[in-house]
Design a protein around this ligand. Structure first.
Ligand code: NDP
Ligand code: BG6
Length: 513
């Protein structure tokens, strides 16, 4: 039982753990992995999931025996699925190499089955087809639910009742949104657990699969120069910034029901914050890391209404082109108050972070696309050189910028003397630009996460107690915003967002980076 999760501390292994142990013990060449993309006709499947699976195949990361099935209601033949998928596959990994042959080999392993999401019979038909491809080997099955949330439970029920593996493992990747608030999220978790064990559920937050987010722990825990500074003693504030230079065009129907706080802050930015602020985990084991993340989330103060600014983009004409307002989208209800921008100040009430503002900012239709973590350090005590920066003391402090995208980079802003005979100070960047340092392209987040799910690595997936803690922080303020019909501050499409975000930051002596 050495390989069972939890080892000796886990006295009664679950059925799933028995199955995992069984599949470990057989010769890997004799087992097979079947990956079913449920909702294969949809946007995410085409844009992200099939290309990520191809990239894994190209890199030789998929097992020897694997089959990919698309499942959705749309009628399609295998050939039509392959044709659809082939349009979004690119040879991004090595542009010099002609990977047409690899693409053909990959597509030959893709199949399609059309069915309803609530039909046990249709999933049983899928099961039959999967078995034919598995050819009597130990079958491990991964289902990726790339469908709208209102049909998650039907699909999970059918998967587990009619199409789960009888001898290997069965895992289910669930896409966000995981509910709209604490209650709906708890109801979703309860319903999922009727059919699956927690360790079969892989709740995906694709930001955890981004290279620079994964690198956060390496930066902190493998460099002596950072970890000792990582506390209220030396850090003045931390900023988590997400912005996109396009609106919700085409996704307004989904977005209007959620808004930017649920779409970006409660998940992507909060996950980054938890990794940034957690204590050193006992090990790199998934449970040890997730335990530390939960602790930090549970030490946070629920967000207060006065610490939130919401905005919504308006139409704007620039260079003869008119960019639409959020409410111009035909799928958005007239007069919608849904925020497309939010800024918030959050606090962690523990010994390490007491009093340090963690400022989040997320918005659609802003002036540029970026995702960044900015760490502003305190002033150097005493005034030996501070006067050289005049009144702008902010310039005299160090800042660490972790640019998640685009152009992944780590920048450390330091002060140095301008060369020459005088004594003038300047501010410079110690800069690690990934594109200059590494010639290999960075894998897409979905590649890493799919591979982890196939390998049973849960470190980058969200556990149910993490999810509960995350919702507990945001649910009260979301309720208050909606009950009070708080009017968002309007900002022009393509601008830097509402000015209110600056007042909020100023209240905590912070200037946005
Ligand atoms: P889609 O709206 O494209 O839906 C996927 C498929 O589900 C559709 O092709 C359709 O297939 C089926 N479907 C759609 N609406 C319904 C319905 N009301 N009832 C039954 N079946 C329906 O979704 P996406 O591909 O954009 O997203 C899939 C999941 O991933 C969602 O949970 C979304 O929130 C999440 N997500 C998406 C992102 C994106 O960039 N698109 C980013 C992050 C998360 P058919 O009609 O053939 O059955
Ligand atoms: C998704 C959100 O989770 O993340 C989208 O639903 C957003 O609104 C997207 O556009 C951003 O992801 P990325 O990887 O393009 O930054």
């Amino acid at each position: 039982f050495k390989k069972l999760k939890g080892g000796l501390l886990s006295p009664v292994p679950s059925t799933q753990e028995f199955k995992e142990a069984a599949s470990f013990d057989v010769n890997k060449d004799e087992s097979t992995v079947s990956i079913t993309v449920v909702g294969a006709s949809g946007d995410l499947a085409k844009k992200k999931i099939f290309p990520a699976l191809f990239a894994l195949y190209y890199e030789g990361c998929l097992p020897k025996h694997f089959t990919i099935f698309g499942y959705a209601r749309s009628k399609m033949t295998d050939a039509e699925l392959r044709n659809m998928v082939s349009k979004t596959l690119t040879c991004r990994i090595d542009k010099r190499e002609n990977c047409g042959e690899k693409m053909d080999q990959f597509l030959k392993r893709c199949f399609y089955h059309s069915g309803q999401y609530d039909s046990l019979e249709n999933f049983a038909e899928l099961d039959k087809k999967l078995k034919e491809h598995e050819g009597g080997r130990v079958s491990n099955r991964l289902f990726y639910l790339s469908i709208p949330p209102n049909i998650f439970i039907d699909a999970v029920k059918c998967t587990s009742s009619s199409a789960s593996s009888s001898i290997g493992w069965t895992r289910v990747i669930v896409e966000k949104p995981f509910g709209r608030d604490s209650d709906s999220s708890a109801a979703l978790t309860k319903a999922l657990k009727q059919y699956l064990e927690e360790d079969q559920i892989f709740r995906i937050d694709h930001y955890l699969g981004k290279e620079l987010v994964e690198n956060l722990s390496v930066l902190r825990f493998s460099n002596l120069i950072f970890e000792p500074l990582w506390s209220r003693r030396y850090i003045r504030n931390v900023q988590l910034i997400f912005s996109e230079d396009f609106g919700t065009e085409g996704r307004g129907g989904y977005f209007d029901n959620y808004g930017i706080i649920r779409d970006i802050m409660q998940n992507h930015l909060l996950q980054i914050l938890a990794l940034f602020a957690m204590e050193t985990p006992v090990s790199l084991d998934a449970e040890d890391i997730r335990n530390e993340k939960v602790k930090v989330l549970r030490s946070m103060r629920p967000l207060q209404l006065e610490d939130v600014v919401v905005g919504q983009y308006n139409s704007h004409t620039k260079g003869g082109v008119t960019y639409p307002a959020y409410i111009d989208d035909s799928t958005v209800p007239k007069g919608s108050l849904t925020p497309t921008f939010a800024a918030a100040a959050l606090f962690i009430d523990n010994a390490r972070w007491d009093g340090v503002p963690f400022l989040m900012k997320a918005g659609k239709a802003l002036h540029k696309k970026r995702a960044e973590i900015r760490v502003q350090f305190r002033h150097v005590p005493g005034s030996l050189y501070n006067q050289d920066f005049g009144n702008d003391l902010d310039l005299a402090t160090n800042e660490l910028v972790i640019r998640v995208q685009p152009d992944e980079a780590i920048d450390l802003k330091i002060n140095n003397k301008v060369p020459g005979l005088g004594m003038r100070l300047d501010r410079s960047n110690l800069n690690l630009l990934y594109a200059a340092r590494y010639s290999k392209e960075i894998p897409d987040a979905y590649e890493r996460l799919l591979l982890d799910a196939i390998e049973g690595e849960r470190r980058l997936f969200i556990r149910s107690d993490e999810l509960d803690a995350a919702w507990a922080l945001f649910t009260p303020v979301l309720k208050e915003l909606e009950e009070k019909n708080v009017i968002p501050e309007y900002y022009p499409y393509g601008s830097r967002g509402p000015v209110g975000a600056h007042y909020l930051a100023a209240r905590y002596n912070v200037r946005w980076g």
